[in-house]
Design a protein around this ligand. Sequence first.
Ligand SMILES: Nc1ncnc2c1ncn2[C@@H]1O[C@H](COP(=O)(O)OP(=O)(O)OP(=O)(O)O)[C@@H](O)[C@H]1O
Length: 266
Amino acid sequence: MRDTTDTTDTDTALLSVRGITKRYGAHIGCADVSFDLFPGEVMGIVGESGSGKTTLLNCVAGHMAPDAGEVIFDTRDGGPRDTVTMSEPERRMLGRTDWAFVHQHARDGLRMGVSAGGNVGERLMAVGARHYGDIRDRATDWLTRVEIESARIDDRSSTFSGGMQQRLQIARNLVTGPRLVFMDEPTGGLDVSVQARLLDLLRGLVRDMGLSAVIVTHDLAVVRLLADRLMVMKDGRVVEDGLTDQVLDDPQHRYTQLLVSSVLQA
Ligand SMILES: Nc1ncnc2c1ncn2[C@@H]1O[C@H](COP(=O)(O)OP(=O)(O)OP(=O)(O)O)[C@@H](O)[C@H]1O
C-alpha cells in the first residue's frame, strides 16, 4: 500500500480514468466515472449488486469497450497512453506484462487441466522466458509465496481447493511483475476463514511488491484492509470517494451511510 507521507505534487498518475461511460441499450452500466491511481496505491470500488462496479472494472481493464471516456496508463516505454484507443495487440501485450487481472472465479483465470507449475510458467513464457529450469524455479518460488507446497507443482489446478486455486491464480498473475493489478471480488465465494488467509496474503504481496491495484468488492472488510482510497458506486455513478478510513468511519452520502451500516445488501 502507498506511503501517503511521500505524496508530492509532482507524482505522475499510473492510471487516469476520465469520464468512463458504458450503456447496455438504454440501461446505464456506469456513467462518467473518473479517478486517478498513483504508483503503489490501491483503489477500492464498492457498491451494492448492480451498481456498476464490474462494468467499470471491465472497461478500465480493457475487457469491454466503453461508449465514452479515456483510460490513460503511464506505459514503461511510451509514457501516458490511452488504452481505450490503442490497438488490440498493444492492449493484449499490456495485459500480459504490466497489467494483471484476478477474476472472482479462479476457473476464469486459470487453465484447470494444466498443472500448477504450468499455469505459472505459461505466463513467463508469454513474455519470452524459454529456459525450462529457470521457469520451473520461478514457478516453484511463486507457489511457495502463495503458500502452496512446491511438491504440488505438477498437480492439475482442478485438484486444488477453492482457496488454493485463488492463490494459484494470484501467483500466475504476479509472476511477471505487473505494475497494475485489477481484482474482481478476489475473496468472493470463499469460506470466511479461507477469505481471511487470502486477504492476509494479498495484503503482504501488495505491500512487498509496491503494487498498484483496483479492487472491486461487495465486502467492506476487504477494502478496509487493502484499499488506500475508496469509491462508492450507486446506479452506475460514483456517489462518494476519499480515503478508505475517512469514508468508512464518517460517510457523507446517505447511500454510503446505509452501506456502512449494512442496511443495504452490498
Ligand atoms: N451484459 C449486460 N447486459 C445488460 N445489462 C447489463 C449487462 N451487464 C450488466 N448490466 C447491468 O448494468 C448494471 C451494472 O451491472 P454490474 O454488473 O456492472 O454491477 P455490479 O455492481 O458489478 O454488480 P454485481 O456486484 O452483482 O456484479 C446493472 O443494472 C446490470 O443489470
